[in-house]
Write a protein that binds this ligand. Structure first.
Ligand code: GRF
Length: 213
């Protein structure tokens, strides 16, 4: 059990694209006082994202920013990200969490939030980066799958790893059952990583992230 925290709350901005169960885990942990952080703003790049409903229900301001508003990809990337950064800054965000955000992060965001953007990925990185990680794991035939939280850099799912959790692959697993078991661990380690960050306990040295006592 994580002890209840009553200190200053770290302002967090969450970027989403879909269902938003990882966002929900953060909202719930924050509300329960289990992490010294609060979600100040949610930004989705898809209008119909379920995550937006979750934000609304939690009383957290949310915005839709689509790249299309700014023209063709990749030319629109800079103004698109500038808009996102503008909103995050307006809400005083100090940590950006990508929680099922389906766009690669570019220079504008990385420069605005250096070593302050984290992402959750449903594999034990560096195995199976990119899309459909759980399907990749099943197709490869690994016996242990899992998830990783990492600091975002310019690579695809290649930044320094903060936490990982292993999940066994069962003989009768399909993509759905494996994803569901991994997802439970995602929620746990994402909240734990935000807690560690908020407590100032993450130290990045090259590719390695040390967890300070
Ligand atoms: C999760 O599996 C996450 O690891 C991946 O996208 C999925 C998002 O799920 N990046 P949700 O929207 O948080 O439910």
């Amino acid at each position: 059990m994580i002890p209840r925290c009553d200190r200053r709350l770290l302002p967090v901005g969450v970027l989403v694209s879909g269902r938003g169960t990882n966002l929900q885990a953060l909202l719930d942990s924050s509300k329960a006082g289990l992490i010294p952080a609060e979600v100040r703003v949610v930004i989705s790049n898809h209008k119909g994202a379920m995550a937006l409903t979750r934000a609304k229900e939690a009383g957290v301001p949310s915005f839709v920013v689509t790249s299309r508003e700014f023209g063709q990809w990749p030319a629109c990337r800079r103004p698109y990200e500038q808009k996102i950064v503008e909103i995050l800054k307006k809400f005083g965000v100090e940590l950006v969490v990508l929680a099922g955000y389906d766009r690669l992060v570019g220079e504008e965001m990385l420069n605005a939030f250096p070593q302050r953007i984290i992402n959750i990925h449903p594999s034990l990185l560096p195995a199976f980066p990119g899309l459909h990680a759980q399907r990749q794991a099943l197709e490869y035939g690994v016996k242990i799958a899992g998830c990783s939280v990492f600091f975002v850099d310019e690579s695809v799912d290649g930044g320094p790893i903060i936490l990982q959790a292993a999940v066994p692959v069962l003989d009768d697993d399909d993509e759905e059952t494996l994803s569901a078991r991994i997802l439970r661990e995602e929620h746990r380690i994402l909240c734990e990583a935000v807690k560690l960050f908020a407590e100032g306990r993450l130290e990045i040295k090259g590719r390695r992230v040390r967890i300070l006592p």
